[in-house]
Unconditional design. Structure first.
Ligand code: AFP
Length: 341
């Protein structure tokens, strides 16, 4: 990064981007600032997660006799509280709750809807592995005072802002409002997200694949053949690829975005209740598809862009293949050749 960019925080960065678009109202700046604020609070608690044995197990009483809240419930409350009262949203939905969440009584309703996964990968908390928050914002579709489900059920193609926060060895926020993908690292000493990864571009082709390979016997023929292909020896195409899988989507996608390659969660027959795989369209796949495409990568269901899927259920799941353009194209070829739709 050049010297003149040092010390640029998230607010200044968005403001600069806005100056390039005189028609902008500043609302997206407000939204991202509120998300960043909530993320700082969650980050502070995530950093203390290893101390639960000392401060009290979740669900227990701590030394002060207070209930110790589960981290995913805490993150959900923090985001909903801050975003619900921000005046920017008309309706919200989180991965944690079955129904849409209205703006609390007495607070202004705004022009946007937000879908959020407040703490994804939470089964990794106990083992000190990176976890994250994922969000996507749409402009509201309906009139009337409060928003409704329809304001959330929009294809990813209509996203106005999306991003994630990874709570890892440091906390990073990565966002896009459609003008590139930009990363900010939290400097805890000043409490600010500082621009650290401006204009992220994913390599056109990678050499890493990321998938829960224990599910191999449950995949379709196309996916199995593709994974077999990645493990063949071929120097010219960089095979065999390296395997990397954390089991925390934000961490796996963050690595894929920065280094290239492919992340996959295909459909499988392991659980008849989840025939389309595990990942949710609104909270996980659609925001990451938006980021991938804006970083020069791709995201597919195997049959077409994830961004073109019209949601029909708040918690709908879709097969997900995302990363470097060449790698995503190749897995699509395998699926379309060997698997019937
Ligand atoms: P948890 O929130 O239950 O840990 O699930 C995380 C997740 O939704 C996503 O972050 C991972 O990529 C994926 O599930 C891992 O799923 P498998 O354990 O089936 O590989």
């Amino acid at each position: 990064m050049s010297d003149h960019r040092i010390g640029i925080n998230l607010t200044r960065h968005i403001h600069e981007k806005q100056m390039q678009h005189p028609e902008a109202t500043g609302e997206l700046t407000g939204i991202l600032n509120q998300i960043a604020f909530a993320a700082k609070i969650v980050s502070r608690e995530v950093n203390k997660a290893g101390l639960v044995e000392i401060l009290g197990l979740t669900g227990d009483k701590n030394v002060q006799g207070e209930e110790v809240q589960k981290l995913d419930e805490f993150a959900n409350e923090v985001f909903l509280n801050i975003l619900g009262k921000s005046g920017h949203f008309c309706i919200m939905a989180t991965e944690e709750e079955a129904e849409v969440i209205p703006v609390p009584e007495g607070y202004k309703r705004g022009n946007y809807s937000i879908a959020i996964d407040p703490l994804d990968g939470s089964s990794n908390i106990d083992v000190n592995i990176s976890i994250g928050t994922i969000f996507s914002v749409h402009r509201r579709m309906t009139d009337g005072e409060g928003g409704c489900e329809q304001d959330l059920m929009q294809p990813g193609r209509r996203t106005v802002a999306a991003g994630y926060v990874v709570y890892g060895s440091s906390t990073m926020l990565v966002e896009s409002t459609g003008n590139g993908v930009h990363g900010f690292t939290l400097d805890p000493s000043v409490g600010e997200f500082l621009e650290s990864h401006p204009d992220i571009r994913i390599p056109e082709k990678g050499q890493t694949y990321s998938i829960n390979e224990g599910n191999y016997p449950y995949w379709t023929t196309g996916v199995r053949k593709y994974i077999d292909f990645l493990k063949e020896k071929d120097k010219e195409s960089g095979r065999p690829y390296s395997a990397r899988y954390i089991g925390s989507m934000v961490a796996d996608m963050h690595r894929t975005l920065l280094k290239g390659g492919i992340f996959m969660y295909p459909a499988d027959t392991k659980d008849p209740k989840k025939p389309k795989g595990k990942l949710r369209l609104l909270y996980e796949c659609s925001p990451f598809a938006f980021l991938m495409e804006h970083a020069g990568g791709a995201a597919s269901t195997g049959w077409g862009p994830v961004l073109d899927v019209q949601p029909n259920d708040l918690h709908q799941r879709v097969p997900f293949f995302a990363g470097s353009v060449c790698d995503v194209k190749q897995v699509e070829e395998y699926i379309q050749k060997y698997d019937g739709e």
